[in-house]
Unconditional design. Structure first.
Length: 442
């Protein structure tokens, strides 16, 4: 296989995310992640993904919280076949070095050729040529960590809560903004070239500064920045705090929920961010090959509401979430047993089982171990599976010390659970979760 897939990684590699050229090995097989260009995946490409999932991986397509798409459970024997098919479908770049450049995530709400789309295209091209591992090595710098990422947004700033390192957007006045992590510092530019050049310069500054630390920080926000970076590209820009119009934008941040949008498009969610591959196949098999279905950063897809594909998806509510009040939006879960070596219990089916009992405006996250992986920012309550040796609360403890129980806790205080309950008790009487969530917040 080409360059041995550019060096595969295992789940133990700290701070590294899988890509198509550098898949990650997990308990249940290899994870192969695709980063859609400008959030766009064509019908033909979705068909390839669905067929690969059904034949060479787990029969589902996973959506990540940054708008990526991934196959999970790919066996060693099928890894080369999957990789070749993704290359042929142009779901992966032909160059492994390009695939390992920092990710550029894009709002899915642009129109082809508009300023936001043009910004995303230019930024992606520039990042791939100037911030790839090979390009940085030529400057005497180490490759940027895979968690380092950039986002392109429009004037509504709906992606401002994604927590990426650099954010660029097009304002209503036609000017361009650049935000640095969550520092609150922002810079305004009159043209797209200056904005993109400034983003690259800041990334190069980070690549150089992080080399002085052990371990090197993986995110811009983990490196203490001065009040204003002394970079020529920023010194010549208009500086602002919190961004022009950001106060108004913050009122609109948060996930764009499933449903019909004002522009005639529709957001369709996937339960727990996992699309049934057979259901996806049924949606796309009769679509024009180049028709788009875009990926959102909220584990959902953006359809043309009038397309037959959207109507097919809406007719299969077991596999798709069409409305903002669907209870399945109130739960999330990690991979769980048996796919993760550290998982103590299966959690995905239990999460969907509990969903109707989760109160409105609450969000319950289930973690199959105490690490609390995949915890979303909207979570208001968490269930963490622990073994008998990890119990910190003796009252009402399960008699079997080795049997896993869930700690009930607030997401910002996972080390201080307020109650515990066994998975069996929740399965037998899911309505108990309502009282546990209520008790957590009184």
């Amino acid at each position: 296989m080409q360059e041995n897939l550019a060096g595969r990684s295992t789940a133990a590699v700290q701070g590294w995310c899988p890509t198509g050229w550098r898949p990650m090995q997990a308990q249940d097989g290899w994870i192969v992640r695709i980063r859609p260009h400008c959030a766009s995946v064509s019908a033909q490409q979705w068909l390839v993904l669905a067929e690969l999932a059904l034949s060479h991986a787990h029969p589902e397509i996973e959506l990540t919280r940054l708008g990526n798409v991934q196959l999970r459970g790919v066996s060693e024997a099928h890894l080369s076949t999957v990789h070749s098919a993704l290359l042929q479908a142009h779901l992966l770049p032909a160059d492994a070095d390009v695939d390992q450049a920092p990710a550029v995530h894009c709002t899915p709400f642009y129109r082809l050729g508009d300023p936001t789309h043009a910004l995303a295209v230019l930024l992606t091209q520039t990042v791939q040529t100037q911030l790839s591992p090979k390009a940085l090595h030529g400057r005497g710098l180490e490759a940027l960590p895979s968690k380092f990422g950039l986002v392109v947004d429009d004037s509504r700033r709906r992606l401002s809560g994604m927590g990426t390192d650099l954010c660029l957007w097009v304002g209503d006045d036609g000017r361009y903004g650049l935000g640095l992590g969550d520092s609150g510092n922002g810079y305004g530019f009159d043209n797209v070239d200056d904005a993109v050049a400034a983003a690259v310069d800041v990334a190069l500054w980070f690549a150089q500064k992080r080399m002085a630390f052990t371990p090197a920080p993986t995110r811009l926000k983990k490196l203490r920045m001065p009040d204003g970076l002394d970079l020529p590209c920023l010194n010549q820009a208009e500086r602002f705090s919190d961004g022009p119009g950001l106060a108004e934008a913050e009122e609109r941040t948060g996930p764009v929920l499933p449903g019909l949008l004002q522009d005639g498009r529709r957001v369709m969610g996937a339960p727990l961010g996992r699309i049934d591959a057979a259901a996806m196949y049924r949606v796309v098999r009769h679509m024009p090959s180049q028709a788009e279905i875009r990926v959102t950063p909220w584990r959902s897809l953006l359809f043309d509401a009038e397309s037959p594909a959207c109507q097919i998806a809406a007719a299969e509510p077991a596999y798709w979430i069409a409305q903002a009040d669907d209870a399945r939006l109130r739960v999330s879960a990690c991979t769980g047993a048996p796919r993760c070596t550290q998982a103590l219990v299966p959690v995905q089916e239990l999460a969907l089982w509990l969903a109707p009992q989760v109160p409105e405006k609450a969000h319950l996250h289930l973690s199959a171990c105490a690490k609390c992986c995949a915890l979303p920012p909207e979570a208001t309550a968490a269930l963490l599976a622990v073994t008998g040796a990890d119990h910190q609360i003796t009252e009402s403890a399960d008699p079997a010390a080795s049997q896993a129980v869930f700690h009930v806790c607030s997401p910002d205080r996972i080390a201080n659970p307020v109650a515990q309950i066994s998975p069996q008790a929740l399965s037998n009487k899911p309505s108990q979760i309502s009282k546990l969530i209520y008790d957590l917040h009184i």
